[in-house]
Design a protein around this ligand. Structure first.
Ligand code: DON
Length: 342
């Protein structure tokens, strides 16, 4: 498909559509209810293709909500630690947009959904070697390689510091998860080599996969995800630390890609039912962002076939509905004219 190109609106000031979270007591009641309604779900499977993830306790289930005012709410195992996995892709993409600019990243990585699984080789081949978007593994590895740095070690440190700024505290590497994935990630190495063969890798492909594997192994909990998401909801300012992490423009870019590709081949269904940009990871995390209002972080390790947490998706769906977070939902301003077409 031909890109839309320059639409000539860059210099026009953009108004933002914002709203507010409901009152504190209401949010507390609603997230307790979301947890109670979905904790009984035990379908789905814990990811096993990264051996270390197979040991996750499938009973764990935590939800956190953080508003752009910094207010936070939590229920269940919101402080249970897990590796961030694919959710890192959205935030590394933000760092690359911030440092390389909107057009460079759009051209090199792309912004369209593949409709195929996150680790698809076929998606790259079907698109003439283009990685397609930064939320699938091929695009994420290409994006990681675009972080400006003098060496792979420096690139990894920039990513670790950047994601820590989103979370509001230093994030640490889970060495067991990193070594477990590094020993079994031949498919990602193949994807990186394939991109290289099409001239789509800026850095050494295996070094880029190594840094990508490290970023996926950073330890977070559901509350961290909610703070990271709330930073995107807050135009790039962390609502807890008040540090500006990225620009407003970058948040728009990241949220747009999360909306179109953050839940992989189920992204369309997700947007249709839930109406929020979101990103999931194979360890069982989900972050969903309500621009201007805040974000939800959820963690539960059992996944559906696309790799999205079963309980997490249901809990976010309930919260989106009951907290009025769906971006597409608007009330009318009051009609006095009867419907004319029925
Ligand atoms: O590259 C991988 O396969 C993992 N480090 C991350 C994949 C992932 O989280 C996909 N998510 N649903």
């Amino acid at each position: 498909m031909e890109p839309l190109g320059d639409l000539g609106v860059d210099e026009v000031a953009q108004l933002v559509h914002t709203g507010a979270m409901p009152e504190r007591d209401d949010v507390t009641g609603v997230i307790d209810e979301a947890h109670a309604r979905t904790i009984g779900l035990d379908d789905g499977e814990v990811a096993t293709y990264i051996p270390e993830l197979a040991d996750a306790d499938p009973r764990l289930f935590g939800i956190s909500v953080v508003g752009t005012d910094g207010d936070h709410y939590a229920v269940g195992d919101a402080d249970a630690a897990f590796s961030i996995q694919s959710i890192s892709k959205a935030f590394v993409y933000a760092l690359v947009c911030e440092t390389r600019g909107h057009y460079a990243v759009r051209e090199a990585v792309g912004v369209n959904n593949t409709g195929l699984p996150f680790n698809s080789v076929m998606a790259v081949e079907l698109n003439d070697g283009h990685p397609m978007n930064p939320m699938v593994n091929a695009g994420a590895i290409a994006t990681t390689a675009m972080v400006p740095a003098g060496s792979a070690t420096e690139r990894w440190e920039i990513i670790r510091r950047g994601l820590s700024a989103f979370a509001g505290h230093p994030l640490e590497l889970d060495a067991s998860v990193y070594h477990s994935e590094a020993a079994t990630n031949q498919r990602n190495q193949a994807l990186a080599r394939l991109l290289e063969s099409y001239g789509r890798m800026e850095e050494d492909p295996l070094e880029a996969v190594d840094v990508y594997t490290r970023q996926c192994s950073l330890v977070v909990d559901a509350h961290d995800l909610a703070v990271m998401g709330a930073t995107l909801a807050d135009g790039g300012v962390n609502p807890v630390t008040r540090e500006r992490v990225v620009s407003e423009q970058v948040c728009r870019d990241v949220l747009a890609i999360m909306a179109s590709a953050g839940m992989y081949e189920r992204s369309g269904e997700w947007l249709f039912e839930i109406g929020l940009p979101a990103k999931s990871g194979v360890s069982g995390g989900i972050v969903a962002v309500a621009p201007g209002k805040g974000a939800v972080g959820a963690y539960s390790p059992r996944l559906d076939r696309a790799g999205n947490s079963v309980r997490g998706q249901r809990a976010v769906a309930y919260l989106s509905r009951t907290l009025g977070l769906n971006m597409f939902a608007a009330h009318d301003v009051g009609s006095t004219v009867k419907r004319s077409w029925t």
